[in-house]
Design a protein around this ligand. Structure first.
Ligand code: GLN
Length: 243
């Protein structure tokens, strides 16, 4: 299924996720190395970042292959932030291919990408006003509703994923959530990796390594990643205890 990646650390342009690393999202769109479902991610792409002058994150999404958008190069070089997210999409059969179905989804200060598939009837009861009928948009709206209700990001993600999986045991629920000062992510049915930059510059959380440098750590399935400027914590979702 889709591939996604995020960065939290010193300010970087979007190219940091897309094209600077040898296997960045630009390349993962047509040649992912660890994708378990689908072969290319040509049904759309999106990026999101935080501009200190705006209260809400900035998004740029298109329902076309990332390599087919002549407007992206300038945005990728100038969109710069301490918190970045990007996603390339391989639409699940039956889901609409449209901008509103393309990650990142947004609610308030949050940006969310879903890598996987979930039966919509499993998440509709948790959702409020998804921006598209796409399963990922419905899932995102459920997480945003819980965040609006005051849940901390780790709890919002873990509780929605647990409830969705209980209603649809076949669901694949890798989710990446950025808030500007933190990244929360779930590995549930697909690959997920973290890499703390050796210079102490920041952390990547990505579906698969963006390059072949050492330091990429696989996240165990059914785990929650929570990254802040203070470090990265990985917790099994079932037991809730620290690894
Ligand atoms: N189910 C989502 C969609 O249709 C995500 C697909 C994916 O992870 N490839 O967009």
């Amino acid at each position: 299924m889709c591939r996604h990646a995020a960065w939290l650390g010193s300010p970087k342009p979007l190219t940091w996720l897309l094209s600077e690393p040898e296997h960045g999202l630009y390349r993962q769109a047509y040649a992912p190395r660890m994708q378990r479902h689908g072969t290319v991610n040509a049904d759309g792409f999106g990026v999101g970042w935080y501009d200190g002058t705006l209260g809400e994150p900035v998004r740029y999404r298109r329902p076309i292959p990332i390599w087919a958008d002549p407007g992206l190069a300038g945005i990728a070089r100038t969109g710069r932030s301490t918190c970045l997210i990007g996603a390339v999409r391989s639409a699940t059969r039956g889901m609409p291919v449209e901008e509103a179905a393309t990650a990142p989804f947004t609610g308030g200060r949050w940006l969310l990408s879903h890598n996987g598939q979930v039966r919509r009837d499993a998440v509709w009861p948790l959702a409020t006003a998804p921006e598209s009928p796409c399963d990922s948009a419905v899932l995102a709206s459920a997480v945003f509703a819980r965040l609006r209700a005051g849940a901390p990001p780790e709890d919002a993600l873990a509780s929605i994923v647990t409830e969705a999986a209980a209603a649809d045991p076949e669901a694949r629920l890798n989710v990446l959530l950025c808030g500007g000062t933190e990244i929360a992510a779930v590995a549930w049915g697909d690959t997920l990796f973290t890499r703390v930059d050796e210079a102490g510059d920041g952390v990547f959380v990505a579906s698969e390594p963006l390059d072949d440098r050492p330091g990429w750590q696989p996240v165990p399935d059914r785990s929650l990643v929570f990254a802040t400027p203070d470090g990265v914590r990985i917790t099994p979702i079932d037991s809730g205890s620290d690894l």
